[in-house]
Design a protein around this ligand. Structure first.
Ligand code: NAD
Length: 287
């Protein structure tokens, strides 16, 4: 049994990014926008900004009042779209209810959409012509790539069908040649479905939803869930202790997918930097 050490894989990825940044003509830039005062979101963006600085990126943290209007937030996005030092724009979700999140995400230029949430980037992933890929599912693929495990023809079951995890995860696995089922809260006979899986990706946000008898012997189990217990500790959607000896490989929480999501955001910012630099060079040579 292999415990997939997301912390270690993420560290190696960050190390490789740091080396690449040293070759860049300017530091890749990431702007992170937080609206309002949600404490969890504040911690997330602080971690993202710190990770940026550590690999040598330029990081711009914009903290906006919860009363910001849709128009004001849109003009902030347009300003960052035009800023040549900024390669990636990340809007921390969720946004306050009076803001239409979808139109904010769609306003980010696709080559600066480092979360990979815009319809253009999702569409490219869907067509198996990926450009900037959503961070968490891409991070899971990087974790799976560390195993000596061919996904081609494998039966994969994803639990959770959100736009940020479950759905793009299904496309990633399909693009890797797997056969994919997506389960959600209305799925019938979920246990029977999960039991057939060679690979399980749990992303429901339900503490220890996946129990020992849900898992086939020798399955690969990836736990995306982050749930806080009454004692303050974090845990996943998978009953790790009960399942670990049965699994071929399993990711823990914490120390699994979480660190990979942030490292993949940095990786995406570097992809965006390269594309933005290429476009700038093309514009300069055309003028
Ligand atoms: P979400 O609430 O948007 O979606 C949850 C999905 O799970 C839905 O499709 C829902 O139908 C399904 N679901 C809920 N209860 C279920 C049940 N009992 N059985 C089967 N399906 C069920 O959540 P999300 O944003 O996709 O996040 C899911 C989990 O992953 C959360 O715990 C979140 O904190 C975590 N997450 C972790 C990372 C990371 O970096 N590790 C990133 C994003 C989300």
């Amino acid at each position: 049994m292999t415990i997939i050490d997301g912390k270690k894989i993420a560290k190696e990825l960050r190390h490789a990014i740091t080396k690449e940044v040293k070759k860049c003509s300017r530091p890749p830039g990431l702007a992170v926008i937080l609206v309002g005062d949600d404490p969890a979101s504040e911690i997330y963006i602080k971690n993202k900004s710190r990770a940026c600085v550590e690999v040598g990126f330029y990081s711009d943290q914009l903290h906006k009042s919860a009363n910001i209007t849709q128009e004001e937030l849109l003009s902030e996005i347009h300003r960052l779209n035009a800023n040549k030092s900024i390669d990636g724009i990340l809007v921390q979700l969720p946004l306050p209810a009076h803001i239409d999140s979808n139109s904010i995400i769609e306003a980010i230029r696709p080559e600066k959409d480092v979360d990979g949430f815009s319809s253009e980037n999702v569409g490219k992933l869907m067509q198996n012509k990926p450009f900037i890929r959503p961070c968490t599912p891409k991070g899971v693929m990087s974790m799976l790539a560390t195993l000596d495990y061919d996904l081609k023809g494998k039966d994969c079951v994803i639990i959770g069908a959100s736009n940020i995890v479950g759905r793009p995860m299904s496309m990633e696995l399909l693009n890797a040649g797997a056969t994919v089922q997506i389960c959600h809260k209305d799925t019938k006979d979920i246990v029977e479905k999960v039991r057939t899986a060679d690979v399980i990706v749990a992303a429901a946000g339900v503490t220890h939803l996946v129990k020992e008898d849900w898992v086939k012997e020798g399955a690969v189990v990836i736990d995306v869930g982050i749930n806080r217990l009454a004692n303050g500790k974090l845990t996943g959607d998978v009953d790790f202790d009960a399942i670990k000896d049965k699994a071929l490989a399993i990711s823990p929480v914490p120390g699994g997918v979480g660190p990979m999501t942030i490292a993949t955001l940095l990786e995406n910012t570097l992809v965006a930097y390269k594309e933005n630099s290429r476009r700038l060079e093309e514009d300069t040579s055309n003028n």
